[in-house]
Structures are given as structure tokens and as C-alpha cells.
Design a protein around this ligand. Sequence first.
Ligand SMILES: Nc1nc2c(ncn2[C@@H]2O[C@H](COP(=O)(O)OP(=O)(O)OP(=O)(O)O)[C@@H](O)[C@H]2O)c(=O)[nH]1
Ligand SMILES: [Mg+2]
Length: 314
Amino acid sequence: MEAENGKKGFFDRLKSGLAKTRKLLLTDVDDILLGSKEIDQALFDELEEALIVADVGPAFTAELIESLKEKVKRKELASPEVLKKVLRETMREILLRNEAPLPIPTDKIYTIMVIGVNGTGKTTTIGKLARNLKEEGRAVTLVAADTFRAAAIEQLEVWAKRVNVPLIRQAANADPAAVVFDAIRAAKAGPPGVVIIDTAGRLHTKVNLMEELKKMKRIMGRELPGAPHEVLLVLDATTGQNAIAQAKMFKDEIGVTGLILTKLDGTSKGGVVVRIAKELGIPLRYIGVGEQLDDLRPFRAEEFVEALFAPNDR
Ligand SMILES: Nc1nc2c(ncn2[C@@H]2O[C@H](COP(=O)(O)OP(=O)(O)OP(=O)(O)O)[C@@H](O)[C@H]2O)c(=O)[nH]1
Ligand SMILES: [Mg+2]
């Protein structure tokens, strides 16, 4: 009962979180369909424009329009209303390919390195994730490896206290690789648990940041074969196309095994989820739809599409 309430609660928040995206995307699509008696090139052109504005990306848009045209040719698309169903179905298919919840084993140490440019929501997301995992009965340790900003360690400490999990930290300006080293040593000495590492989003230069992240990764792998088990990149949905560029950069430089998309509640560019699925081919692990502790959830394609296409509340 509790879990059901939780799910419904999140679905409603997801739905209201996606309100701006829905308004932009579906109101446009509805208007286009309402104004069209038949399916012709003009309709496709308008549809294409609406999709691009919603940030679903050119690759998805092109594929969708192509498949719609095929269906028209094969007479499978009789009326404009059917177009919306196909839009929904095509989105669902593409998103399903990127639905892959984080596979955290219970019998081994599992290390998660959280990376991303500054302000995307890394530290906040780690707090929420720690809470989720703890509620599932996991032992969680947080690691303050963002030693660049003085306040960063304190910020994570607040989360650790709030969620009631241990924090591994050193003094400000310590070498993050040394903090990670401590964390792995401590993890190996205790029962299996989940170790979540917060990292800096900005250093003096981008090259410094990449080198620092690579070094952390190297030390972890040396101390614990297979670590980091997951490199989670946090992307801010409100940055749309920029998020895609960041993902490509981190993927090439560091290697990314999973994504978290935050701040879906603050944007009409939620279509970027579709774009990420289509263009990046990296599993989308979690989505964030607000600043509260329970505003982070594993990404579910079906739930997302359902929330996106749900009727607007009056
Ligand atoms: N609306 C909304 N705000 C969010 C969400 N996730 C994070 N935030 C907010 O985004 C802001 C930045 O979050 P942080 O967690 O500090 O970001 P960070 O990536 O750790 O930033 P740096 O440590 O500077 O690199 C905070 O005000 C968060 O409350 C979300 O899903 N929705
Ligand atoms: Mg931070």
C-alpha cells in the first residue's frame, strides 16, 4: 500500500513535472492535427517543426516522420488522430531501449562515481539516491571527492546526516584521489555496501577536471578491481542541447555507463529525454523532477510516456 502510494505520488509529480514539456509538445501537435483534414506534406512540415522545438532532436524527428510517411504509403494511417498514437508508440520504443535500471548487487561492494559539469545536480541527486538505496535496505557510504569548492564537502555532509549514512571526507583542498583511496579501503574493511562518490563540476580548467576524474578512476580500479562499477553522468534537462554536448564530452574523456537527467520539472525541453535515448545510447538510470528527497526515480519508459501524454489537468 505504502509503495503504491509512493508510486502514485511520484507519477503525479512526474506528470506535473512534465507539464511544460507536454504543453509545448502536445498542444502544438494537437493544434496541428486539429487544423488538418488530411495527412499531407504541410502537416508533416508543421509536425517536424513542433518536434524540433520540443528538443526531441533531429535524429528522432527524421525517423518518426519517415516512419509516418511509410505508414501513409501503406495506408496504415487513415487520419491525423492516428499520428499521435504513432508518435507515442515510437517514443516508447526508443525510450525502452534506454531503460536499464542500475544493477546493484547485494553481495559485493558497488562503487558509483557521479560526474557532471557544475550545477547539474550531482550532490543533491546523491542525497536522493542514498535515501532511495537506504530505504531498499542497502548500506550506503557517501564520499566527498569534490574538494575544490570549500562548501561542497559541507553540502554533502548535510545530506549524509539527513539520510543518516556515513561520509568519508578529508580537509578541503585534499587530493580527491586520496579521498577515494580512503573510501575504497574503508569499504573493503566492512560488509558489502554501495559507495557513492561526489566529484567536482568545475576546476580551474576543463583539462584539470578531466585529468582529476581519470586519476580517481584509476586509483579506484587499482584498489578494487572493477571499480568504479558505474560512472553516472548527471545532466540538467533545462540545458537541452548542451546536455547532449556534455554527455559526448564525458563519454569520450572518462567513459560513462549511465545517465541521470535532473530538473525535468523546470523545463519545456523534456523532449531531450528522447533525444538522449536516440543519440547517445547510454542507459538512462534515473530522472529527477524536483528538489525534494523523493523526487528522484528510476527511469521507466512506459511511465514517462504515460505521464507525457496524460491529459492536461484543467
Ligand atoms: N527543480 C529541480 N532542481 C534540482 C533538481 N536536482 C537538483 N536541483 C537543484 O539544482 C541546484 C544544484 O544542485 P547541486 O546538487 O548543488 O549541483 P552540483 O552538480 O553538485 O553542483 P556543483 O557541486 O557546483 O558541481 C540545487 O539548487 C538543487 O536543489 C531537480 O530535479 N529539479
Ligand atoms: Mg556538488
